[in-house]
Design a binder for this molecule. Sequence first.
Ligand code: 1GP
Length: 235
Amino acid sequence: MIVDITSWKHVFKLDPDKTLSDEHLERICTSGTHGIIVGGSTGVTYDNTVDLLARIRQFEVPCVLEVSHRDAIVPGFDLYLIPVVLNSKDPKWIVGQHAEVLKEYGAIMDWEEVLAEGYVILNPDSDAARLTNAETTVDVQDVEAYARIAEHLFHMPIFYIEYSGTFGDMELVRQMRRTLRNTQLFYGGGIDNQEKAQAAAAAADTIVVGNIVYDDLDAALQTLYVVGLERKQYV
Ligand code: 1GP
C-alpha cells in the first residue's frame, strides 16, 4: 500500500507492549483515522510488534512502524518512521543506533519505505524523555532552531513535537507551524478529549493520539470529530 502521510490529519499510536482487546482494536482500526503508528518507548519486542501488526492487518487502515529498537524491526509495514531525537544529549538517539542498524541492514534497505522524523521531546516526566536523555529545558527559539535543522539542514519530512503523557504548549506548536514550510508538523501528547484534539489539530498538521486509547476508548474516538473523520456508529 502506498501511504501518503501528507494527507494525515489524525493518527492513533498503538503500543505493542500494551493490551487491547479485539473489539477495541477493531473500533480503532475502522474509526476513520488516517493511519495507525505502531510504536512505544519501552518493552517493544519483535514478537509483540509482529503480533500487533498481524491483528491490525485484518483491517484496511494504513499501518506504519515507528522504529524504537533494532530488535523490533518487523517487515510488512506500509512505512518505517525513524525517530531522530534532536534534543537528546546522547548521540546514540540522534545517529548512534541508526548507524548500528545500517551497518547490518544498510545495503538491503528499501529507502522508499523509510521516513526520518525530527523529534523534540518536551515532557521531562515521560518515558521517552528519560530514555533518550532529552534536554527539555528549552524555549521557543530553541525549538524553532530544531525545526529549521529538521527542515533545512536535514531535509526531514516530519518534525514531531512530543509531549507524551501531557498536553503541551499549543502556542509553541502554532509557532512551529509558522516556521516550517514543507516539513510536516506532528504533535503528540495528552490528547484525551475532543477539545484538546481540536486545539492540537488547529496548531499542527497531524495529531497523534496515544494513551487515551487504553484508558478510555470512547474518549479516544471522540478525537476524530475535529477532523471530520468520525464514523457515527462508533461515537
Ligand atoms: C506518544 O505522541 C504520542 O508518542 C501520543 O502521546 O500517549 O500522551 O497521547 P499520548
